[in-house]
Design a protein around this ligand. Structure first.
Ligand code: PEP
Ligand code: MN
Length: 287
């Protein structure tokens, strides 16, 4: 239990379990994350147009997703790449929420933007590249919105929990941790999916843990296998990229699922999620 990890994660004492049953359940826009149901967050990498977002939101809600993802502020490695629609993108996300009932998660990149993003989003995403931006962690935490904290691509599990500890120290305990793949010597995948990291986090912390098979895989054909692995490792949910025309996406098209691919993956995941729920009932019997 968390107690077994106090040495490894000494800098994140408040993120660790006090006992086997200790868990934080995050409530966001009517969705419960970490409550036993495997929650899927899905949508485009970037919000591009009203039509693209609405069509995607309608597809993912039909297929069983509970949260719509979509970037309005994009951390692009090239200054010449699409940088996101900014507030216009936030407004489109709010429109899609009103039309579908999905909760909304979107990335905040700058501390100054945190209050504005919090006006529109149910969950604020801290991206991999921002995991150690402490001013941003503080600003996001202080909005009071739940935080989806992605693991930095060169961050250890201990580093991730240190950042969670910062958010906790600002009085926000509504944190969802996200394993999205790390940099290793392997180049066949975009990042190396650290499935053991999911198991470690589930054992050590009381915070919900989700996986991002899209940014780990980097190619759409691998996404369903990584999603199954995430369920098997005990993740509380996943965040997946979906696009009406992946080959035309303005960002991350190679790893985005088409609507048909997403629907198939969701249907195929059902028995795996049922197994996970059965396993949880055995491992964590209700008193
Ligand atoms: C994203 O979710 O589109 C994203 C940029 O993710 P990450 O921060 O994990 O690279
Ligand atoms: Mn992306």
């Amino acid at each position: 239990m968390g107690g077994a990890w106090t040495k490894e994660f000494a800098d994140a004492p408040d993120a660790l379990k006090c006992n086997a049953d200790h868990r934080t359940v995050v409530q966001a826009g009517g969705v419960t994350i970490g409550g036993g149901e495997f929650i899927t967050m899905a949508g485009p990498c970037s919000v591009e147009t009203e039509r693209q977002l609405m069509e995607t939101a309608e597809c993912v809600v039909r297929a069983g997703a509970r949260v719509l993802r979509g970037g309005a502020y994009k951390p692009r490695t090239s200054p010449y790449s699409f940088q996101g629609l900014g507030e216009e993108g936030l407004k489109l996300l709010a429109l899609a929420r009103a039309a579908t009932g999905l909760a909304v998660v979107t990335e905040v990149m700058a501390a100054a933007d945190a209050p504005r993003v919090a006006e529109y989003a149910d969950i604020l995403q801290i991206g991999s590249r921002s995991m150690e931006n402490y001013a941003l962690l503080e600003a996001a935490a202080r909005t009071g919105r739940p935080i989806l904290l992605k693991r930095g691509m060169v961050a250890t599990v201990a580093d991730l929990l240190r950042s969670a500890q910062c958010i906790l120290s600002y009085g926000n305990s509504q944190i969802i941790l996200c394993e999205r793949g790390i940099r290793t010597f392997e180049t066949a995948t975009r990042n190396t999916f650290d499935v053991a990291g999911i198991a470690v986090l589930k054992e050590a912390t009381h915070l919900p843990v989700i996986a991002d098979p899209s940014h780990a895989a980097g190619r759409r054909s691998l996404v369903p296998a990584l999603a199954r692995t995430a369920v098997a490792a005990g993740a509380d949910g996943m965040i997946v990229e979906v696009h009406p025309h992946p080959e035309q996406a303005w960002s991350d098209g190679d790893q985005s699922l088409s609507f048909a691919e997403f629907e198939t993956m969701m249907a195929d995941l059902v028995p795996w999620c049922e197994l996970q729920a059965q396993f949880r009932r055995v491992a964590e019997p209700v008193a």
